[in-house]
Design a protein around this ligand. Structure first.
Ligand SMILES: [Zn+2]
Length: 369
């Protein structure tokens, strides 16, 4: 837009110019959707509002509230009147978590790869429609436009007028105590009155529900549990067992010395290990020298391996993962670099038999316990 156009013009003129730009010349990663959002606004304006709405700038940018997917405000970020903001993650079809984490969060999310589909387009179109009712009441200076966070009586009335035009059910402003969660209300309009509901068939296969096992946070092990775990570990050197017996006050039972090994301070030769389960192979006591990898807390290890934390705990139990206790009592496991999920997501399981996790230890074969 040229200086002569903007100089001394009303902001409505600027908004109109931005709308033109968005429709004809938008650039950047959201250009297709930006043009589509303005086109949706114009189509709704003609179909449902008799062209009453004056042009509004629409930006693909995060709304005020961290939880909101969009908002309509009375003043724009560039000092003009009104603005509709649409969260980038819904525009790119990656809502709610942006480029999805490897371990998805439970709840509804947009199914990957649905950007630009008919279902996605319908959903964005409904989002624009929802915000337009806010903008309309704003432009009308309706005195009750901010009731119930913008979803009061005048907003709900307008929803129901448009719903009737679309042949859709009506909504209420809010649910009263004891009313079912399914009762459609205007803060969720028009999504909630579409066939199949908010995440339903009207939007194709845009939405998917992620169920993730909820794990209780791991409790730090007590001193006793740590001792027991180390005592039980087949690779605990005898010197360590003696040291723990001494620390636990068990070196002498009934006045009889039960330890006849070397003093705890003297490290035993590395070959002198007590193996309680004979030939059964477990993980080694320490990663092979120079083996690339990291010691990680269970949750982080699970994330890197692309598995659930419970799977990591099971692998510790099954001695498929090297585990040790930290000073604070939490466990940590050794995650070999090659076991970590590749950026392309090619490997989802750290126990891929094609590549042993721990250098020099084919722990996969027959190690399941
Ligand atoms: Zn709203």
């Amino acid at each position: 837009m040229s200086d002569t156009l903007t100089a001394g013009t009303s902001d409505e003129h600027i908004r109109e110019a931005i709308r033109r730009h968005a429709l004809d010349e938008a650039e950047g990663p959201y250009r297709a959707e930006i043009a589509a959002l303005y086109a949706m606004f114009d189509a709704h304006n003609a179909e449902f509002f008799g062209g009453e709405l004056r042009p509004v700038t629409i930006t693909v940018s995060p709304p005020q509230s961290a939880k909101a997917i969009a908002d309509a405000r009375e003043n724009s970020g560039w000092g003009g009147y009104q603005e509709m903001r649409i969260r980038p993650s819904v525009v790119t079809g990656e809502h709610p978590t942006g480029a999805y984490a490897r371990t998805p969060k439970p709840g509804w999310r947009m199914r990957p790869g649905r950007r630009g589909t008919e279902g996605h387009r319908r959903w964005l179109s409904d989002l624009v429609l929802h915000e337009m009712v806010h903008l309309l009441l704003n432009q009308r200076r309706d005195p009750r436009r901010n009731d119930h966070k913008g979803h009061g009586a005048p907003y709900t009335e307008e929803c129901n007028r448009v719903s009737a035009l679309l042949g859709l059910p009506g909504v209420r402003a809010r649910r009263r105590k004891g009313e079912p969660r399914e009762l459609p209300i205007s803060p969720d309009w028009p999504f909630c009155v579409r066939p199949g509901g908010e995440h339903g068939a009207y939007y194709g296969d845009l939405w998917e529900r992620i169920e993730v096992e909820r794990e209780a946070p791991e409790e730090p092990a007590t001193v006793g549990e740590r001792m027991l775990a180390i005592w039980r570990h087949e690779d605990t050197p005898e010197g360590e067992r003696v040291r723990f017996l001494r620390e636990a006050g068990l070196a002498r039972v009934g006045g009889v010395e039960v330890i006849d090994g070397p003093p705890a301070e003297v490290a035993p030769p590395p070959t002198e290990r007590v193996t309680t389960n004979g030939g059964k192979k477990g993980v080694p006591l320490a990663p092979a020298p120079g083996a690339p990898g990291e010691w990680l807390r269970i949750k982080e290890a699970a994330r890197r391996l692309g598995v659930a934390p419970k799977t990591v705990r099971d692998r510790i139990e099954g001695r498929k993962l090297l585990c040790r206790y930290r000073e604070d009592g939490y466990r940590e496991v050794f995650v070999a670099e090659r076991a970590q999920v590749s950026p392309g997501g090619a490997t989802s399981d750290g126990l891929d038999p094609a590549g042993p996790v721990l250098a020099g230890e084919n722990h996969v074969s027959g190690a399941a316990t």
